[in-house]
Design a protein around this ligand. Structure first.
Ligand SMILES: Cc1cc2nc3c(=O)[nH]c(=O)nc-3n(C[C@H](O)[C@H](O)[C@H](O)COP(=O)(O)OP(=O)(O)OC[C@H]3O[C@@H](n4cnc5c(N)ncnc54)[C@H](O)[C@@H]3O)c2cc1C
Ligand code: SF4
Length: 512
């Protein structure tokens, strides 16, 4: 194994939200930081607009470390989203702050899981503000009834509403609801960069013109200029611990196959809520952790479904970006339901025709894709409960090309999870009917794209692997900052909360 002679101040594993935002603080504090990323840079150009630009059809849906899904997925074997900037490059850009009550104990959600946030919204608020500034979030404040207090306005106002969005907004308002514009990581106002051209291939596509404010556009190039060493195509395969500290990180260069060894004072693990517990378990670190048997447990992913309205003619006649509205009136409950917290409704655009054809090959796909222009929808995101039985384990006998034992997932929603989604889906149908839909079609989402919670933080060392600053209990110089840290999932897209927490933890690490 080749050993790098240089000793860094910090190694960051993974260049997604947790990794990039922690590095933001460490690099700015003058530290020598090495970032290891298993994926490559995503090229930008007109090809991003083609059907083959949708992430699952690109090489950045990396199948070289297949994840086995025993129960709960949409496929038996899954790949990982791998590229510089992580899935942010392909994401929808929705950048919500969690609500104040999301940080407070809620027995109906937590059940007997012992999940509890060791901080409150006010502790994270300054870092939400910083994350919004870094990602130049556009948004509309003051309408959403659940909106938490903010110390700054949104860095940008919202983009112009498409006609179909105005139609859905009116439909919701007729029902007495308060729709508002989604906070989005999209450039509408900064004239020094390309502004958004409102194309119809945004969520699941990389932006061809760099108008999406993803990490590979907004954060990493600047950090590299400031001295960050980023090694793409490098898979971390083991964290070697001795005397309660990580002594070195072992990796494989994906291009040359060479085994490499790197050393640093601190190691920040941010490989995502599936790959981080896999790496911790592969390294045997559960043995050192007081909450050891929780590593990989309490996997959450939201309960998501798209409720499509089927309209009498082309729903989006302008053929224009329209993932624009949010409706949070039922976030904390519905007068007709005994349940407490439910979740959010967010507009979902008409899917690209070719993508449906690609997903359902042959004549059936061709036939179904003809009906696609009639659709536009709402995504229901319901909060799911942290359950001990929902877990990621490893299968030590089955190793990938890099020597990593296979990750194995088993997941089942609770009755409450599904009931919460049911209430939201019913209301989404009403809104779409009021917006002109003739009937509906519900598409359940069974991916793990919102995975969180597998290496959670907490005050109790027996039930949480991480302390309040995401330090891994039992290994002094190891921190876990990706979405695995979350004790509960809330019912909002996770990236801004992962970013804010990473900025908070990064600042703390830079001072110790
Ligand atoms: C298509 C899509 C759309 C989405 N849209 C939204 C949205 O609109 N809003 C939102 O909030 N969230 C969205 N999400 C979810 C969001 O992208 C994730 O919640 C977020 O990226 C998780 O951040 P993270 O820091 O936990 O890890 P990630 O961002 O997943 O980063 C992990 C990184 O670690 C790397 N890695 C993994 N294993 C290793 C290893 N062994 N060695 C080195 N590197 C490794 C990965 O390649 C990856 O780059 C979307 C996700 C997808 C897939
Ligand atoms: S909608 Fe705007 S930000 Fe999204 S891909 Fe198109 S141009 Fe880029």
């Amino acid at each position: 194994m080749k050993k790098d002679k240089k000793k860094y101040d910090a190694i960051v594993i993974g260049s997604g939200f947790g990794g990039a935002m922690t590095a933001y603080q460490l690099v700015r504090a003058g530290m020598q930081v090495l970032m290891l990323e298993r994926g490559d840079w995503v090229p930008r150009g007109p090809e991003n607009w083609g059907i083959q630009g949708s992430v699952d059809l690109t090489p950045h849906y990396d199948k070289s470390s297949p994840v086995r899904v025993v129960s709960g997925g949409n496929k038996k074997v899954m790949g990982l989203y791998s590229c510089v900037g992580g899935p942010s490059v392909f994401y929808g850009g929705v950048s919500f702050r969690f609500r104040e009550r999301d940080f407070e104990p809620d027995a109906e959600i937590s059940g007997n899981s012992g999940a509890e946030w060791p901080m409150r919204y006010r502790d994270l608020e300054p870092y939400y503000a910083l994350a919004e500034n870094i990602l130049n979030i556009s948004g509309e404040a003051g309408i959403d009834p659940t909106e938490p207090p903010r110390s700054i306005p949104f860095p940008q106002g919202p983009g112009p509403l498409a006609n179909i969005s105005q139609q859905v907004k009116k439909g919701a308002e007729q029902l007495g609801l308060r729709p508002f514009q989604l906070p989005l990581a999209i450039n509408y106002a900064d004239t020094s960069r390309n502004n958004c051209v409102h194309c119809t291939t945004c969520d699941t596509y990389a932006c061809a013109i760099g108008a999406k404010n993803d990490l590979a556009t907004m954060v990493l190039p600047d950090l590299i200029e400031r001295g960050l060493t980023l090694k793409a195509n490098t898979v971390a395969t083991r964290l070697h611990a001795e005397k309660g500290r990580i002594q070195y990180v072992e990796c494989v260069d994906k291009i040359t196959g060479e085994r490499l060894q790197y050393e640093a004072e601190r190691v920040i693990l941010s490989a995502g809520a599936l790959a981080s517990p896999q790496l911790l378990l592969a390294s045997g670190l559960q043995e050192l952790n007081s909450g050891g048997n929780v590593i990989g447990r309490y996997l959450m992913r939201h309960v998501n479904a798209i409720i499509f309205g089927i309209f009498p003619g082309q729903a989006d006649k302008e053929n224009r970006f329209h993932k624009q509205l949010a409706i949070l009136d039922y976030y904390f409950g519905h007068p007709g339901s005994a349940l407490g917290k439910l979740g959010s409704l967010q507009q979902m655009p008409t899917p690209p025709k070719g993508l449906v054809q690609n997903a359902i090959p042959g004549v059936l796909g061709k036939l179904l894709s003809q009906g696609v222009p009639l659709l536009t929808g709402l995504l229901a995101i319901a909060e799911d409960q942290p359950q001990f039985s929902n877990q990621l384990t490893i299968s030590p006998d089955q190793k990938d090309a890099f020597g990593l034992p296979q990750a194995v997932i088993s997941h089942r929603y609770s009755e409450r999870d599904l009931a919460a989604l049911g209430v939201l889906a019913r209301e989404a149908k009403k809104i779409l009917s009021h917006s002109g839909a003739l009937t509906h079609y519900v598409h359940h989402i069974r991916t793990f794209s919102h995975a969180v919670g597998t290496v959670r933080m907490g005050a109790d060392p027996n039930t949480s692997a991480l302390d309040e600053y995401c330090r891994f209990r039992g290994v002094d110089n190891l921190f876990v900052v990706d979405g695995s840290f979350m004790p509960t999932s809330a019912a909002l897209n996770p990236s801004l909360t992962i970013s804010a927490n990473a900025l908070r933890v990064g600042e703390w690490i830079s001072k110790i």
